[in-house]
Design a binder for this molecule. Structure first.
Ligand SMILES: Cc1cc2nc3c(=O)[nH]c(=O)nc-3n(C[C@H](O)[C@H](O)[C@H](O)COP(=O)(O)OP(=O)(O)OC[C@H]3O[C@@H](n4cnc5c(N)ncnc54)[C@H](O)[C@@H]3O)c2cc1C
Ligand SMILES: NC(=O)c1ccc[n+]([C@@H]2O[C@H](COP(=O)([O-])OP(=O)(O)OC[C@H]3O[C@@H](n4cnc5c(N)ncnc54)[C@H](O)[C@@H]3O)[C@@H](O)[C@H]2O)c1
Ligand code: SF4
Ligand code: FES
Length: 822
């Protein structure tokens, strides 16, 4: 309860939503006794977190979880709240408002925070039952109820809202098609490559897409039954969710004579054109821009609260925005200007194998935009650089790859966090600054993400800031953090890799769902980091029993082919040791000719790659090739590169090709934490590049050397000598033991180079030096491999599996091309 008896002025807040109430919370802190406050809210609820409606729909949160301020908060702050009662008239001359129920409230300061409404395009039939927007609790409830009785949902609009709605409807068991007007998804936030990767990932989750489609009519009698498109095609639907953008709620302000553009026009202190009336949030238009994300709205609210409290404030000068799609299993981040223009320069990485895309856009040596797909862990720090406007000249590549520029000292993520100003907003959704996080950790005993979230609300909404908050936790908790801040395998758990694996073993957990449930995952569905990792660990631990979870695999592994940037696939048949025959070459040529394969190319691993293949042609091509899969797409043994060795080369000391073929035949189809490449060279001249392979074998006179942990990729690393042996059998045994030890000990997605560097070569050597241990490792790998079969053949022989390759809706109109890495 407030202690004052005599508030000086009357403040009326119109709109009980996120921006208005957040502004009030701030004002109450700055000047608790200055205003007698009345709030009118059109919705019948206390203030709630609209952002989390997506989680409610997807089943990740309950309606009660999303209330920000319970009714007693209003009472405690002596706020008069009228819910379900919108203001319908403003009398600015008399400084009073009138509500729909006829309540009259006088004001000295009127704040308009009426937000936006979902834009419902005026199409014939858009007034039918079953056609809704996705904006409030009522819409959310309508969708949940409809899913109980109906099957087919259509979402119009493939932006953030549409995709979050579609994911929620899928979770509710509906058959969901997203109809999008442009050629790639989230065109307002992503460039084309990221949009296409997103589409692939969501398709794999079961979402269907009709791209470049314009709806002209919603059909049906009283209730909607379908949609018709400009091209004459149609789609059945019992529920249509419109997610094609928002329109600020300006009618009230307009009728009161306030200056209006797209929204209510405000100055840099959130004043409207009429004295005594301010506007904040989505209803406001500032310097020609209306924002649709909470972070900028909270920034506006801070300026307004300070002005109303009589505290000196800098003007609000506009915001740079960042977004993160809240769909489980998909990591997408976008910030600032992401499109290239004549005066920008950009850097990109696209890794189709691991489904990662990163793009940074620079202007005048400053970072102005970023798009991340698949790995968004750098999102918050990149966003902070964008906002700071500091020069990144010379550091561009480091920012993209995480590797320091030549000659430059590496700046660790913790150092970067340390250098960040104290008032930097870490969590945009909840307006939490670095100083607030520091205070919670250092003075309020928050030493886990859970307690920090509860105490500060940081990372409690979209989750985009979680990596940054975790970083700060590490920075401030230091030694006191104990187990509380150790790195979990992902944000869903605080357990690290070794703990997860040993718990799976100890408790005999046999499915991904069971692991998440028993080990108390915070996200019941997991995320794109933990699902594939658990799938791997379970397969590694229970080779004979565990049924591979297809949906936990990346797209490439699900389709057993590499997806290219134009949406086509590449096919690489196995060519053991890079040694082929006229018969195989003729089969490849025949297939390439028959299916008009646009490009046939030799890979760096001495294979032939057929590029530009349509998904539906894959099983036919595999069948006609009648060759095993080259596994060019998975976290498996890729290739064993060989030189000609002593068979033809005058320097050769041994049969490098024979050794390579033997190794490849033994370990093909071996699942691993990350891809594995081998090479065998016939002498130390190393023509097969054995020095930069996961296992590189070099023949000497009378001996073989085995080098391990080499890498020729982004971060070049020379392999280290594991052992020198005499016979081919010993090469097989040591390679097998090394690979199995790596399979059993490395973190998922960790290449041998990173693993060897992390654990050190000596402990690995020591372990493998023990013959009994070596034999056990060899036999465990043999057992694992005995359960494997060729994936292409499995699909060719099974009509149901073949069906997955049929183009269900033919919707994706994709173009462009890029070769895959093998
Ligand atoms: C499903 C969903 C997910 C979202 N996810 C994110 C996200 O992840 N990140 C993000 O940054 N943003 C997200 N947003 C957007 C974010 O929720 C909005 O930007 C934010 O809620 C806007 O705040 P506001 O106060 O301006 O408007 P609102 O929160 O809409 O509040 C306005 C309130 O005013 C009421 N009102 C309107 N007219 C009157 C009147 N005449 N009298 C009284 N009351 C009135 C409305 O009923 C409403 O309750 C999401 C939005 C939705 C719908
Ligand atoms: N995770 C988040 O940050 C999040 C989540 C949900 C909503 N929001 C916010 O809520 C607001 C509404 O989101 P939104 O996705 O509706 O807006 P949006 O403007 O971001 O996306 C709308 C999409 O619909 C497409 N579209 C437009 N007309 C169409 C038509 N006739 N047929 C098919 N497609 C059409 C557009 O190309 C666009 O990509 C935005 O302000 C958004 O920022 C944010
Ligand atoms: S590595 Fe040695 S044996 Fe092999 S091709 Fe080169 S020179 Fe000849
Ligand atoms: S930025 Fe959305 S929860 Fe922190």
């Amino acid at each position: 309860m407030r202690e004052t008896n005599q508030p000086i002025k009357k403040l009326v807040l119109t709109g009980n939503g996120m921006a208005g109430v957040r502004m009030l919370e701030h004002l109450l802190k700055l000047a608790p006794q200055t205003y007698e406050i009345t709030i009118f809210g059109a919705e019948p609820h206390p203030n709630y977190n609209r952002i989390l409606l997506s989680s409610v729909l997807a089943g990740g949160a309950d309606m009660n979880d999303i209330i920000i301020n319970q009714l007693d908060w209003y009472t405690d702050n002596a706020i008069t709240l009228h819910t379900g009662d919108p203001v319908v008239q403003i009398d600015s001359a008399a400084r009073r408002v009138i509500s729909s129920k006829g309540i009259i409230a006088d004001y000295d300061e009127l704040i308009l925070a009426t937000g936006s409404s979902a834009f419902i395009p005026p199409l014939p039939g858009s007034d039918k039952d079953g056609v809704i927007g996705f904006r409030d609790i009522r819409d959310c409830e309508t969708m949940i109820e409809t899913a109980r009785t109906h099957r087919k949902a259509a979402v119009i609009g493939g932006g953030l809202l549409g995709l979050e709605a579609a994911r929620g409807l899928l979770n509710l068991g509906m058959d969901v098609t997203v109809i999008h007007i442009n050629e790639h998804l989230m065109d307002r936030q992503l460039d084309r490559p990221a949009g296409l990767m997103l589409q692939q990932e969501l398709e794999a989750q079961g979402m269907k897409f009709l791209l470049q489609k314009r709806t002209v009519e919603l059909t049906g009698k009283r209730r909607v039954q379908g949609l018709r498109f400009t091209d004459g095609s149609s789609l059945e639907a019992d529920l249509v969710v419109m997610a094609v953008g928002i329109r600020p709620n300006i009618q009230l302000a307009q009728s009161a004579g306030l200056k209006i553009g797209r929204g209510i026009i405000v100055d840099d202190y959130m004043r409207t054109s009429v004295p005594g009336i301010s506007a904040v949030g989505e209803c406001a238009e500032h310097r020609g821009i209306g924002y649709g994300l909470v972070a900028p709205l909270y920034e506006q609210g801070t300026v307004l609260a300070k002005r109303l409290a009589g505290v000196e404030t800098l003007p609000y000068e506009g915001s740079v925005t960042s977004t993160k799609l809240k769909v489980s299993g998909v990591d997408v981040f976008s910030a600032g200007e992401f499109q290239d223009t004549a005066d920008t320069r950009s850097l990109r990485i696209q890794d189709d194998i691991d489904g990662i895309y990163k793009k940074l856009v620079m202007r005048d040596g400053r970072l102005i935009g970023a798009v991340l797909f698949g790995d968004t862990s750098d999102g918050a720090s990149l966003f902070s650089l964008i906002k700071s406007g500091e020069s990144v000249s010379g550091r561009e590549k480091e920012l993209l790859t995480g590797q320091p520029a030549a000659g430059a000292a590496a700046v660790s993520p913790l150092q970067r966090l340390e250098a960040m100003p104290d008032d930097e907003i870490i969590c945009g959704c909840n307006g939490v600054s670095k100083a607030t996080v520091a205070d919670a950790v250092q003075n309020k005993g928050c030493t886990s993400m859970k307690s920090l979230k509860a105490c500060t609300k940081a990372s409690a909404s979209c989750g985009g800031c979680a990596p940054l908050v975790e970083g700060l936790l590490q920075l401030y908790a230091g030694e006191n953090a104990g187990a509380a801040v150790k790195e979990g395998i992902c944000g869903c758990t605080s357990l690290d890799r070794d703990e997860v694996v040993s718990e799976i073993q100890r408790m005999g957990l046999k499915t991904v769902k069971e692991v998440m449930h028993v080990l108390d995952w915070s996200e019941p569905e997991g995320c794109s980091k933990c699902r594939p990792a658990l799938n791997y660990y379970l397969g590694m631990l229970w080779p004979g029993e565990y049924e591979d979870e297809k949906e936990s695999r990346f797209t490439n592994e699900r389709y057993h082919a590499n997806i290219q940037k134009d949406g086509t696939y590449s096919v690489v048949p196995r060519i053991y040791g890079g040694v082929t025959s006229p018969a195989d070459l003729m089969k490849i040529a025949a297939v390439a000719e028959k299916y008009n394969v646009p490009l046939v190319k030799f890979t760096g691993g001495q294979r032939l790659d057929l590029l530009g293949i349509q998904k539906e042609d894959l099983p036919k091509i595999w069948e006609e090739l009648d060759m095993p899969s080259g596994h060019a797409y998975g976290k498996t043994l890729r290739t064993v590169k060989t030189c000609v060795g002593d068979t033809f080369c005058r320097f050769g000391t041994k049969d490098a090709m024979g050794m390579g073929i033997k190794l490849e035949k033994a370990f093909e189809r071996m699942d691993a934490p990350a891809k594995v490449k081998l090479a065998v060279s016939g002498c130390p001249r190393n023509c097969a590049e054995s020095g930069i392979k996961d296992v590189g074998i070099v023949a000497l006179d009378g001996a073989w050397e085995l080098y391990v942990g080499g890498n020729g990729g982004v971060k070049i690393r020379a392999g280290e000598l594991l052992c020198t042996v005499k016979t081919e059998d010993e090469v097989m045994e040591w390679t097998s033991a090394f690979l199995q030890y790596y399979r059993e000990s490395a973190r998922w997605n960790e290449r041998t180079a990173a693993w060897v560097e992390r654990v050190g070569l000596e402990p690995i050597k020591e372990k493998l030096a023990d013959e009994a241990v070596r034999q056990e490792l060899v036999s465990r790998l043999e057992e694992t491999l005995s359960y494997t079969t060729d994936p292409w053949k499995k699909i060719i022989d099974n009509d149901n599996l073949r069906k997955n390759f049929e183009d269900l809706n033919g919707a994706a109109a994709l173009s462009g091309s890029s070769p895959a890495g093998h």
